[in-house]
Design a protein around this ligand. Structure first.
Ligand code: 13P
Length: 249
């Protein structure tokens, strides 16, 4: 399966930061794995123009479940595609926390994204309190059960799961490699039970304080097929080495 290095710029970046995109493309002309940046919606079309013809793909950070209509401030999956996106991140813990997104809402968005021909990157992850209470796998299991589309309509690689422990995001803290391995194996088993053999070809990403210095160790963990990177995706000089570590893994 083709591994995926994905960057989530979150609510960061204006025109000036587009220079990082050209630098990343120049440094990773043939990255050896899939390479994706998900900028804020305001930069999506311009980033897609810069990335055209290169190995870099661009994606959105959210979409609405409907294709069009009276939903002020929202963006549909078709609109993301029209702007040049190939992927969309859905159900990120920051959207679950900031906007009250439920598993049911995330499922509707993921279904819409697949219908529009986008690759859906569905995020799951436990809080620190949930991990401390020994509930990590329960929480992930519930999120997977509720957030994923009822059926896989497209190719296996059009559904990607990102495991992002909430307490590891932006904190510099990461789970142990054994903890990452346990959750990723659990996700693979859960997907296989649900979708059958096709689940073996679905990419599972780890996210949460991934940086150049820990990337190779994380990428060596079984069932880790890439990363979803926040802070370290903002600069080509930080993201480039992570992409290289994934390509070499
Ligand atoms: P950091 O890499 O900044 O911890 O963020 C991870 C993340 O939330 C990516 O979606």
């Amino acid at each position: 399966m083709r591994k995926l290095a994905a960057g989530n710029w979150k609510m960061n970046g204006t025109s000036a930061e587009l220079a990082e995109v050209s630098a990343l493309i120049a440094a990773q002309a043939k990255p050896g794995c899939e390479m994706l940046l998900c900028p804020p919606a305001t930069l999506l079309a311009r980033m897609a123009d810069i990335a055209a013809g290169s190995a870099l793909m661009v994606g959105g950070q959210d979409c609405h479940a409907k294709t069009a209509g009276a939903h002020t401030g929202d963006i549909s999956a078709d609109m993301l595609k029209d702007a040049g996106a190939t992927h969309v991140i859905l159900g990120h813990s920051e959207r679950r926390a900031d906007h009250g997104e439920t598993d049911i809402a995330v499922r509707a968005k993921a279904t819409a994204a697949l219908a529009a021909g986008l690759t859906a990157i569905v995020c799951v992850g436990e809080t620190e309190a949930q991990r401390d209470a020994g509930r990590t796998l329960d929480v992930i299991g519930t999120q997977l059960a509720g957030s994923l589309p009822a059926q896989m309509t497209g190719a296996a690689d059009s559904l990607v799961i990102a495991y992002e422990p909430v307490w590891a995001i932006g904190t510099g803290r990461t789970p142990t490699l054994d903890e990452v391995a346990e959750v990723h194996a659990f996700i693979r088993t859960t997907l296989t039970t649900r979708f059958g053999e096709v689940a073996k070809a679905m990419r599972l990403l780890y996210g949460g304080s991934v940086k150049a210095s820990n990337a190779a160790d994380i990428f060596a963990v079984p069932h880790v097929n890439g990363a979803l990177v926040g802070g370290a995706s903002l600069k080509a000089s930080d993201f480039g080495p992570i992409v290289a570590a994934l390509a070499a893994s």
